[in-house]
Design a protein around this ligand. Structure first.
Ligand code: CA2
Length: 149
């Protein structure tokens, strides 16, 4: 069974508790359960991790090499700041789909820049929690083309 890591960054543990107008009303456990259910229908085993710490996210990306076939990543605000996350993704050579609940391109200018996008397979933004499921579909299609474990 294809193993996929769903990785969430800073403050995403607060999902569903504040700013529902921007991020929706589903909680992070809801999102993770949706991913597990959808992943199962695609023949994927989903592992989920959230951290507010950049180094923990980097360690998880490094550890994914050899144990996961791909990563769904919402790096939160680190998206717009972290060369270190970009380097980590580039170093593991795993397909990464970047996800954002909100449409970062329709928000403040500082959210338009992504350090993840240049090293990602692609980016999905603006579809709320559904974006994570679309990301799993994208990874499934990509890996099904024979480019992954
Ligand atoms: O739209 C997204 O998914 C973001 O990655 C979310 C980040 C934001 O900094 C990015 O620009 C776009 C913020 C995550 C914070 O999530 C919260 C959720 C509920 C309440 C407070 C924060």
């Amino acid at each position: 069974m294809t193993s996929i890591l769903v990785l969430n960054g800073p403050n995403l543990n607060l999902l569903g508790t504040r700013q529902p107008d921007v991020y929706g009303s589903v909680t992070l456990p809801d999102v993770e359960e949706m991913c597990e259910t959808h992943g199962k229908s695609l023949g994927m085993k989903i592992s989920c991790l959230q951290s507010n710490h950049e180094g923990v996210l980097i360690d998880a990306i490094h550890a994914a090499k050899g144990s996961h076939a791909g990563i769904v990543l919402n790096a939160g605000a680190f998206t717009h700041t972290s060369v270190a996350l970009m380097d980590a993704i580039a170093s593991v050579e795993l397909p990464v789909v970047e996800v954002h609940l909100s449409n970062i391109h329709a928000r403040e200018a500082f959210r338009h820049k992504s350090f993840i996008a240049p090293v990602a397979l692609g980016q999905i933004a603006g579809f709320g929690a559904t974006g994570y499921l679309l990301a799993l579909d994208a990874l499934s299609a990509h890996l099904g083309r024979g480019r992954g474990a």
